[in-house]
Ligand binder design. Sequence first.
Ligand code: NAD
Length: 349
Amino acid sequence: MQILDFMTKEGHEQLLVCTDPAVGLKAFIAIHDTTLGPACGGCRIWPHPTEEAALEDVLRLSRAMTYKSALAGLDLGGGKALIIADPRVDKTEALFRSFGRSIDTLGGKFIVAEDVGATPEDMVHVAKETDHVVGLPLEHGGSGETSIMTGLGVYLGMKACAQEKWGNDSLNGKTIAIQGYGHVAENLAPYLIAEGANLVVTDIFPDALQRAEALGARTVAPDDIYDVDCDMFSPNALGGVINPHTIPRLRCPIIAGGANNQLSSPEDAKTLARRGILYAPDYVINAGGIINASCEVGMAYDEALARQKTEGIYNTIQRVLRMAADDDITTAQAADLLAEARLQKARQP
Ligand code: NAD
């Protein structure tokens, strides 16, 4: 991978490479764009098989954060951190403290929150070394689990999609196939069950499947989720799951889920549109977490404000879907154009 070429092409500002062999730290911190404010994004902990895969992941994720915050109306830029490690076995206080010291060297240009593999408790260790952390537990004065608002936002985004597709936003009786039953999905599923939806869930871990079954979901093997005949497919695991191999298998009129970077390339959005599948752009529908964290930046956390702003995701999704339909472009293109318009406005002298 030609790192500088990639970063120049995608508009990244900075990349910090962090190592600390004494504690096993290998991490990247990518800062994409700080036009609207300090870069803010989660810290993902994942054992990527190669450095190149990890680097591409963190660079793509940081760019999505710029667009996500821009479209959510936040005064934050886009960034992301990635610790290459197995979150089930490698996490230690020393690792997070070392990571915190790396973040501190950026002097507030990057504010970290939790993401896949990390918890608010992990952020407490990071906060021992730097002030530039959000998503701390409520008892530490933070906004707590970001996935609570992410789950709410995904639910409301699903309803906005239903309204666009069926002229009615009820999910009662609809079958929803959920890929990944982690923090986001566990905060989404209760809304869907309460509304009378039928859930089909998959995960790679048996304990996650057991939790889904306890809520009344039917479970399937990970690879079978793409073949489920359903009303909505909801990716809530990792990225790249909507790709030329999976799209022909999908049997759903709507894709609406919380995972970041769901499309393997922009071409996938065109293929989905050709197949008549309505796609809720990932960074629009999953903005609840960053909205929640933003209500902790520079102020005491305000949960009511976080909820109110997260509820705005319904209208934002509607705006994106309307623009795509009116201008005959993909929903992904519509979201990008709206986000870029806000960035352009902020850049004007
Ligand atoms: P998580 O780690 O709690 O949950 C992810 C789940 O997906 C895990 O249970 C994991 O076992 C499962 N999984 C991984 N690979 C899988 C596969 N191939 N098939 C099926 N299941 C698989 O993470 P999370 O916080 O729930 O985040 C999920 C997604 O949502 C990620 O893409 C994340 O970047 C995105 N997201 C999260 C938040 C948030 O607030 N946590 C906000 C915005 C976006």
